[in-house]
Every structure is written in C-alpha cells, then in structure tokens.
Design a protein around this ligand. Structure first.
Ligand code: DGP
Length: 120
C-alpha cells in the first residue's frame, strides 16, 4: 500500500500524529477534522496515499466504495441524524489543501449554510 512519508494524513494513518478516530479498518480511516466547520465534521480517507481524485482509479475502488458505504452509519453515530453533506475538494480549483484524498462529512442539528466554496 502506497504511503508518503511527508503526507500529514499518511502520518495519521501510521499513528505518528494523533487524531480523534471515528472508524478504522484495513482500507479506510475516519477522524475528526482539526478545524471543524460544523458541529459534526469528520474526514474519511483511504489508508493508501492517493493525492487527488485525479490519481484514483479502479485499483482504489474498494477503499473509495467503502468511504461512501460507511458514511451514513458513521455520520449517524457522530450525531448527524437528520442529514449531512459530503465534500471532496480536488486540486487548486477545488481548494484542496491536503493532497491525500479525503471526504469531508458535515452535519449538525440545524441545516447547514452554503459551504460548497471555502473563501480564504
Ligand atoms: P481540504 O484539503 O481543503 O479539503 O481540507 C483539508 C482539511 O484537513 C481541513 O479542513 C483541515 C484538515 N486537517 C489538516 N491538517 C489536519 C491534521 O493534522 N489533523 C486533522 N484531524 N485534520 C487536519
């Protein structure tokens, strides 16, 4: 499985940086976002280092499928019981900050505001 020694999310996968984990199995890891933008905000990542969705392909279909297959259960467990939003930022235009594929999961008790675009 590809791992990048300098990637911050690979460091979380390897246990070198602490994170508040929501779920872990052989293929994916979910953990709280360090800068939450909603009462519930966690990330689901493939454990393998895949920089962006441009770099993903059928080799990653198990991990990428698991991310969607698990998200409802994990969101509910984290307190997003009445809906949530998933976002995968990709590349410069998508305002991707961390170049390891990750799915944001955002929710809370009240409907979310517009957050498809993060203005810096
Ligand atoms: P983006 O690449 O723009 O989709 O967002 C990256 C997210 O990753 C951002 O919301 C903050 C989060 N993040 C960055 N570094 C860390 C970290 O070391 N730990 C955790 N838990 N989250 C991080």
């Amino acid at each position: 499985m590809n791992s990048d020694p300098n990637c911050i999310f690979c460091k979380i996968v390897r246990g070198e940086i602490p994170a508040k984990k929501v779920h872990e199995d052989a293929d994916v890891l979910a953990f709280h976002d360090v800068r939450p933008q909603a009462p519930v905000h966690f990330l689901i990542i493939p454990k393998e280092h895949v920089p962006t969705l441009y770099d993903a392909g059928m080799k990653q279909h198990l991990a990428l499928g698991k991310m969607l297959a698990l998200v409802g259960e994990l969101a509910r467990k984290e307190g997003a019981a009445d809906g949530f939003r998933t976002i995968v930022n990709t590349g410069r235009v998508g305002h991707q900050e961390v170049y390891h594929v990750h799915m944001h999961v955002l929710g809370g008790p009240e409907p979310l505001g517009p957050m498809l675009v993060r203005r810096k």
